[in-house]
Write a protein that binds this ligand. Structure first.
Ligand code: GDP
Ligand code: MG
Length: 370
């Protein structure tokens, strides 16, 4: 059974600890403020002091966290969220940079773009696309391991002069396991040794049949270096997104995923939130993993302060008590008490897990449970 210290119970009821000790003395029991009592006793005391008790269970935490399902009529189209994956040196970073440079309209000439772990571009047709630019595989696997579904579409970069390589195959497997559609970007077509056709053929042995070979996987030949065909690649993303009919309700408390988090000198804990549903606003109470806080500032991918962020929009969030972790799911909750309840529950669960693993003395077990 769960236990609680008299001090903690007093804090939660906003009573003085000595009042609880006095109460327990009526039954002849002598207690110190640091003593632990079981949850049934705690409930009795709380009710005796005129409080309504709500026990928090895993189900309760998750349910409260996920909230109500959205009604169909409240859903509106949202931008696709794209992750670029591929073998090392095949051009992931170059492609991300080229796409961003070509499609970010900064308010001021020469405006500085920020690295916040994700960014959104607007293509000439007016559609928006969100890119996650935290290092591909690591972020993707970490987030998947935490059960977060972040990406709608994977762009798989394959260098035309190098072909399918181990991390290409790994990326294919990740995308398939996550049931995320793949678009193939055959990169470096400017290079003398480029052989795009070889890439198409090699992909066949990994059950990827590209469109030009009669399959349904879109493939685009590009050069990140020369910025060739990037528009066509983004059009392919829009096309794929239309098939997926991506929608979300912007008019509800926000939830989503933390794609990047850090502790910064002078700014404190900073997390980049990718909103998946609802609208995140200044002043909201946000919970992410075992971190929580009141949203003090929201900063967009251009480095500008903003008042809110809707579905598929990434924003830096300031105001957390501690840094959350990349891959943590976040949600806005109704009040601080609820935020404390959830994070304290999670922290207790985490300690229990650590304690159990510690008793068994198995590092492997510990790793598995983290
Ligand atoms: P990543 O490891 O997948 O992020 O790959 P990078 O973006 O760092 O690119 C690796 C190298 O390939 C760099 O030297 C890039 O300049 C080069 N590169 C990337 N894209 C192209 C391209 O389209 N053409 C040519 N010729 N080189 C490229
Ligand atoms: Mg890179």
């Amino acid at each position: 059974p769960d236990v609680i210290t008299i001090q903690e119970l007093a804090n939660r009821m906003a009573e003085r600890g000595v009042e609880i000790i006095k109460y327990l003395m009526k039954d002849g029991a002598m207690h110190k403020i640091t003593d632990v009592i079981d949850s049934d006793t705690a409930q009795l005391i709380a009710e005796e002091f005129g409080h309504t008790v709500r026990r928090v269970s895993e189900a309760d935490v998750e349910e409260g966290f996920i909230g109500e399902k959205d009604k169909e009529e409240d859903l509106v189209p949202r931008a696709p969220v794209v992750t670029i994956m591929g073998h090392v040196d095949h051009g992931k970073t170059s492609l991300l940079d080229a796409v961003r440079a070509a499609n970010v309209v900064s308010q001021e000439a020469g405006g500085i773009t920020q690295h916040i772990g994700a960014y959104q571009v607007t293509i000439p047709s007016g559609q928006k696309i969100t890119f996650i630019d935290t290092p591909g595989h690591a972020a993707f696997t970490a987030m998947r391991a935490r059960g977060a579904k972040v990406t709608d579409i994977v762009i798989l970069v394959v260098a035309a002069d190098d072909g399918v390589k181990p991390q290409t195959i790994e990326a294919i497997n990740h995308a398939k396991a996550a049931d995320v559609p793949i678009i193939i970007a055959i990169n470096k077509i400017d290079k003398p040794g480029a052989d795009p056709q070889r890439v198409r053929t090699e992909l066949l042995s990994h059950e990827i049949v590209v469109e030009s070979m009669g399959g349904d996987t879109l493939e685009i030949e590009v050069s990140a270096l020369k910025r060739t065909n990037l528009d066509a690649l983004l059009e392919a993303v829009v096309l794929q997104a239309e098939v997926l009919e991506l929608k979300a309700n912007p008019d509800r408390p926000a939830d989503g995923v933390i794609v990047e988090a850090k502790l910064e000198r002078g700014r404190g804990p900073v997390g980049t939130a990718l909103v998946q549903r609802g609208t995140l606003k200044l002043g909201d109470i946000i919970v992410a993993g075992s971190a929580w806080g009141r949203v003090r500032a929201l900063i967009n991918d251009l480095g500008d302060h903003t008042k809110e962020a809707g579905p598929s929009v990434p924003v830096e969030v300031l105001g957390f008590d501690t840094a959350p972790e990349a891959g943590d799911q976040f949600a806005v909750v109704e009040n601080e008490a609820r935020a404390r309840e959830i994070t304290e529950y999670r922290e207790r669960e985490r300690r229990k897990t650590l304690a159990v693993a510690g008793q068994r003395g198995s590092l492997e077990q510990l790793m598995n449970q983290l």
